[in-house]
Design a protein around this ligand. Structure first.
Ligand code: ADP
Length: 456
């Protein structure tokens, strides 16, 4: 069911129910007032008629009826019976047998002194009356409130017609207002259907910029921008990655072609194979880097439960580095030995933190002539801070902001092997670990990369 229909129906049901409750309440209250009013009149009428009958016993009943008929009374025809002490009819204005009564009813009236009841469609009033000679009489009167009932029926008819009209009007207005309030959403729907994955630069009209629908459009536009940005990044990532892979593969191909052009001595073949092996290692490293980058994207959901001693992991990296690169030197020191071991313990994933620190140490050694990385461990009340400093080639000031962009390599680094993805991996992992990474560098003087991770 369409939201418009749903809103209109719900709105109509609510209004119809409220109107129905009000109408029923008005009807019941009117009926109650009518009855009360009629009982009061009937009582006055009973006493007046009884007084006339008792005072003037010789009064002609026919005359009383004529008076009744010619009175502009709403009680017509009111039948009145007057009983003496021994429950015998003493006076009456109508034939006694046309009036309902029972000894039990008379006793109840004598006990309560006044009673209101109904019989068939008539209202009945019973009361005690004392004449001037202190003689007690019981007066019983009954009549049908024809005029009052007619009035109530008219009210009822008016209410039914009014109710149906109001409900019909509510349904029509409900549809109209629901339609006009949902119009901007339909407009947004039409606009969204025109946006394709190939054209995320399109934007929705944000209307008056004030209401909830404008906020929805603004949020949707922001989401489109983020999607567009990530699509663009992905596109440039794929083209950069294929370019990076193609270069060593093309080199391998031409090396093999050159080697096959002539017969070679075993030493020459060995040299070619050694070059191929080094190219192959470069390719493996690059592919691993790409894999790491892809993994760091999906690391957002992984559980970070390892309690990692940062100093221990650094010493492990130092040891491994000395095995793989005999010429690298890694110096590790504490700025200040912490009193509490927790200040150098962070929560995360050991393998991830190791990737970050080894990448930075590897870069420091790679980009400096003395192949040395100075690692300082420090901590404050919130984080454990590791800074890796080298006295290498440094990064040109205007390029520092780009070094974390995938595949970016500074101009002065092109003579060094690398693919430009290590730092982007580091930045993403540090983000996953809720930390920060920053760099300070001066061309020709060296660089310091600083990683801060909240400690336990
Ligand atoms: P790679 O080292 O494979 O090129 P990285 O992502 O690790 O890729 O680094 C990106 C770029 O940042 C490098 O190409 C280099 O220009 C610069 N860079 C990183 N670390 C250093 C460093 N310690 N000294 C000088 N330049 C650096």
């Amino acid at each position: 069911m369409k939201i418009r229909t749903k809103i209109a129906i719900q709105f109509s049901i609510i209004v119809a129910s409220i109107l129905a409750i009000f109408s029923i309440a008005i009807y019941l209250l009117s009926e109650n007032y009518r009855q009360k009013e009629f009982y009061n009149s009937l009582r006055d009428r009973a006493v007046t008629t009884a007084r006339l009958l008792i005072k003037e016993p010789q009064i002609d009943r026919q005359l009383l009826k004529v008076i009744d008929k010619n009175t502009l009374s709403t009680l017509y025809p009111a039948q009145v019976l007057v009983f003496n002490d021994s429950n015998q009819v003493a006076y009456y204005n109508y034939e006694a047998d046309t009036i309902y009564y029972s000894p039990e009813l008379l006793n109840r009236i004598r006990n309560s002194r006044y009673i209101e009841t109904t019989f068939s469609n008539k209202q009945v009033v019973g009361t005690m009356y004392q004449d001037t000679l202190n003689q007690n009489y019981l007066v019983l009167a009954q009549a049908e409130d024809i005029y009052g009932k007619q009035k109530l029926e008219n009210i009822m008819d008016t209410m039914v017609v009014g109710y149906l009209g109001a409900v019909l009007l509510t349904v029509l207005l409900g549809f109209f207002f629901a339609g006009s309030s949902l119009k901007p959403i339909s407009k947004i729907n039409d606009e969204i259907s025109l946006i394709t994955a190939y054209d995320l630069s399109k934007k929705l009209d944000t209307g008056n910029n004030k209401d909830e629908i404008a906020t929805l459009a603004v949020n949707f536009n922001e989401m489109l921008s983020r999607l567009n940005q990530s699509f663009e990044l992905q596109k440039s990532f794929v083209s950069n990655a294929s370019h990076e892979l193609r270069t060593p593969l093309a080199a391998v191909k031409s090396e093999i072609q050159v080697a096959l052009q002539n017969d070679r001595t075993p030493e020459e073949y060995r040299t070619v194979l050694e070059t191929l092996l080094s190219d192959n290692q470069r390719l493996i490293k690059l592919t691993n880097g790409l894999l790491e980058l892809a993994k760091s994207e999906s690391n957002q959901q992984i559980a970070l439960n390892d309690l990692i001693r940062v100093d221990e992991i650094l010493f492990k990296i130092q040891e491994e580095m000395q095995h793989t690169h005999k010429d690298y030197r890694v110096n590790i020191d504490f700025e200040e030995i912490p009193d509490d071991i927790n200040w150098v313990t962070v929560k995360g994933k050991t393998a991830l933190l190791k990737t970050v620190l080894s990448n930075l140490i590897d870069n420091a050694c790679k980009y400096s002539d003395n192949k040395t990385a100075d690692v300082i461990i420090n901590s404050n009340s919130e984080s454990c801070i590791v800074s890796i400093t080298d006295t290498g080639i440094g990064i040109p000031t205007d390029e520092i902001k780009n070094v974390f962009v995938p595949f970016y390599r500074s101009k002065n680094a092109t003579s060094y092997t690398g693919s430009g993805i290590g730092l982007s991996i580091c930045q993403r992992i540090v983000k996953v670990l809720n930390g920060k990474i920053s760099v300070q560098s001066e061309i020709g003087a060296g660089s310091t990369f600083t990683v801060e991770i909240p400690h336990v």
